[in-house]
Design a protein around this ligand. Structure first.
Ligand code: ZN
Length: 108
């Protein structure tokens, strides 16, 4: 998401290809139903974790490099706070850990 497609004439070759692939991920992740799209965009706006994940996925796919994708959102001028991304992901990691522990306990 962003200004990268605003001036497609300024992009050439590999950069243009990467940008098109990047934006393709955004369009795939944006629902066609306008009401759903508005909700998705609301999450994108409010959640640093959501924005980080969407940009990392888009850039990783765009450039074909997972490592590049994972660091891109933090360098890309998205106003993302690593501390907030970690804070937002902690309940998810915690829930996953609890579920994993539950499975471990059941199979002991
Ligand atoms: Zn983007």
């Amino acid at each position: 998401m962003g200004t990268s497609l605003a001036r497609p004439g300024g992009l050439t070759g590999a950069t243009l290809r990467e940008t098109v692939r990047h934006e393709t991920v955004h369009s795939v992740l944006t629902p066609r139903n306008p009401a759903l799209a508005a909700r998705t965009f609301g999450a994108y706006e409010k959640s640093h974790l959501w924005r980080y994940a969407e940009e990392a996925l888009a850039e990783g796919y765009g450039t074909g490099s997972v490592a590049h994708g994972l660091t891109f959102p933090l360098r890309g001028g998205y106003g993302l706070s690593p501390a907030r991304i970690i804070a937002e992901s902690t309940p998810i990691v915690g829930a996953g850990g609890a579920a994993g522990y539950g499975v471990y306990e059941v199979h002991k």
